[in-house]
Design a protein around this ligand. Structure first.
Ligand code: SAH
Length: 254
C-alpha cells in the first residue's frame, strides 16, 4: 500500500482564502491532523478521522501523520497561512530526514496557502512592494541574540520586515525589545502596520510609526510590518491610508 501525505495551507482565516488545491487535498484525506483551532476551520466530512493536537506538538504530530500515511492511508496535516512559513512543512521534512527509510518512499505534497504577511499587506496597500524579509520573533527554536542580529542586518540593509510570532504569554518582552532595536536603525517616522486576525471576524489593522509603535497592541494573532526608509503613507479623503514601498530604490541605504 502506498500512502500519501499532504501538508495543507489554509490561509489566514476566511474560507475565501482556501485555494481549490487545498480544498481538494482536504476532501481527499482519510485522516486530518493539526492544531485544534486550524482543524476547526475544516468542514467535517463523513469517513474522515480528525486528530487535534496542541500548538507546540509539531514534531509529534508530523511523526503521527507520517506513521499513518506509511501504513497506506491518505493523510492531510493542516497549517494556518502557508505550511512552509514557520509551520508544519519543515516539521514534516525534519521527521522524514530523521525517520525510518519507509517514510522516504511516501508521496508528500506541500499545498501552499496565503501567508499572513501577504494578507496583511494586501489590506493596507503594498508595503512589501520592494525587497523585504520575514522573521519570526519566537525564541523557542532559536536564541534571542540570533534574532537581534537578523533584525540589525535586515533593517540596516533596507529591507521591509514582516514580523511573525511577535508575542505570547510565554514570550512577553520580545516584541518590545525588537521595536527598541529597530529604532536604532530606522527613523521615528517609519510606518509600522499591526495586522491582527486578518481574514477572521475580529480582524483589526492599524498603522502607526516606529516611534509610537507599542508592543501592547499586539497579540499572538498579530503580524507586524515595519517599513524601510523608503516606505510611504498616502493619506486619502474618506478612505483608509495606503502604506506602500515604491518599486524603485534611489540609494543604497534606502
Ligand atoms: N504558517 C503561518 C504562520 C505561522 S506562525 C502563515 O503562513 O501565516 C504564527 C504567526 O503568524 C502569528 O503569531 C502571527 O504573527 C501570524 N498570523 C497567522 N495568522 C494570522 C492572521 N490571520 N492575521 C495576522 N497574523 C497572522
Amino acid at each position: 500500500m502506498s500512502g500519501h501525505l499532504a501538508v495543507v495551507g489554509l490561509g489566514p482565516g476566511d474560507a475565501r482564502y482556501v485555494t481549490p488545491e487545498a480544498e481538494a487535498a482536504l476532501a481527499a484525506a482519510q485522516a486530518l491532523y493539526g492544531y485544534g483551532p486550524y482543524l476547526d476551520r475544516v468542514p467535517v466530512r463523513p469517513r474522515q478521522s480528525r486528530h487535534a493536537s496542541d500548538n507546540r506538538e509539531e514534531a509529534t504530530r508530523a511523526a503521527a501523520a507520517l506513521r499513518v500515511a506509511a501504513a497506506g492511508a491518505r493523510v492531510a496535516i493542516v497549517s494556518g497561512g502557508d505550511p512552509g512559513v514557520f509551520a508544519m512543512a519543515s516539521a514534516v521534512c525534519e521527521e522524514i530526514e530523521a525517520g525510518p527509510d519507509s517514510w522516504r518512499t511516501l508521496e508528500v505534497a506541500i499545498v501552499p496557502g496565503v501567508t499572513a504577511m501577504l494578507a496583511v499587506a494586501a489590506r493596507i496597500g503594498a508595503p512589501l512592494g520592494q525587497d523585504f524579509c520575514a522573521l519570526s520573533l519566537s525564541d523557542n527554536l532559536k536564541p534571542w541574540d540570533v534574532i537581534e542580529r537578523r533584525l540589525d542586518a535586515a533593517a540596516g540593509a533596507g529591507f521591509v520586515l514582516a514580523l511573525y510570532n511577535p508575542i505570547s504569554r510565554a514570550r512577553p518582552w520580545q516584541l518590545g525589545a525588537a521595536i527598541e532595536r529597530l529604532r536604532r536603525h530606522l527613523p521615528a517616522t517609519t510606518p509600522v502596520v499591526f495586522g491582527r486576525a486578518v481574514g477572521r471576524p475580529d480582524e483589526h489593522v492599524s498603522v502607526t510609526t516606529l516611534a509610537e509603535a507599542d508592543a501592547a497592541d499586539a497579540d499572538m494573532a498579530t503580524l507586524i510590518i515595519v517599513g524601510s526608509r523608503a516606505t510611504r503613507v498616502v493619506q486619502r479623503n474618506g478612505q483608509a491610508p495606503l502604506v506602500y514601498t515604491p518599486r524603485a530604490v534611489a540609494e543604497v541605504s534606502a
